[in-house]
Design a protein around this ligand. Structure first.
Ligand code: COA
Length: 191
């Protein structure tokens, strides 16, 4: 896909040079607090992960979330990688995909950038990939993420009870989804 631009963020393809940044993010305990990654990741392990995702269909390659830092002269902008996102397990017949997202640069949390990036993903998914359903799972206690997903138009549709063991406790996993028709209805309403 071509690079997708929003007001403050853009989504672009991941390059090999992004791997050390991804490794730093994925080893930050605060960043992975609500993620399923529990192991420390070496640069080699992160590189192996990157090699493995390149073998997946193009629509499932991870995308880097870049934040626009400056509107320079001649319309030139500087971009800072702040996170990544990806579709997973796209099904041909049902046109369904799981989506995952995280911002690795913590100072940019709670400023709307995650929601903006998710909306770009949904636009790409529904308007270019012709997905019919995008779903995600989120730990019950991850209130910031849940609020962000609601803002993007996801609806809570169920929960896996005590499905994840982290920090000594079992947690419920909330399932959320948005349908293609809901995306277009929301878009119409927002004008
Ligand atoms: C989840 C994530 C992508 C959301 O992106 P974001 O840019 O931080 O989210 P947004 O700012 O768009 O929206 C978050 C909302 O939750 C609110 N919020 C923040 N902390 C909160 C809390 N503890 N309880 C309730 N609401 C909270 C914010 O104020 C904001 O709402 P507002 O726009 O009405 O002010 C990002 O925070 C992140 O990557 N977190 C770490 C990794 C992670 O949890 N990934 C998701 C795994 S499912």
């Amino acid at each position: 896909m071509a690079i997708l631009y929003g007001e403050n963020v853009r989504l672009r393809a991941t390059e090999r040079t992004d791997i050390p940044t991804f490794q730093r993010w994925i080893n930050d305990p605060e960043v992975v607090e609500f993620l399923s990654n529990i192991f420390p990741y070496s640069l080699e392990a992160e590189t192996a992960w990157f090699e493995s995702v390149l073998k997946r269909p193009m629509a499932e390659h991870p995308l880097v979330i870049d934040l626009r830092l400056t509107h320079g002269k001649n319309g030139k902008s500087e971009w800072l990688p702040i996170g990544n996102c990806a579709f997973m397990g796209i099904t041909d017949i049902h046109r369904s995909a799981e989506v995952g997202i995280f911002l690795g640069e913590k100072e940019y949390w709670s400023q709307g950038y995650g929601t903006e990036a998710m909306r770009l993903m949904l636009k790409f998914g529904f308007e270019d990939l012709n997905l019919h359903r995008v779903w995600l799972r989120v730990v019950e206690s991850n209130h910031r993420a849940r609020k962000s997903y609601l803002k993007s138009g996801f609806i809570e549709e169920g929960r896996f009870r005590k499905a994840e063991f982290r920090h000594g406790f079992y947690n419920d996993i909330i399932l959320m989804s948005i349908l293609q028709e809901e995306w277009f209805t929301n878009k119409q309403k927002e004008g």
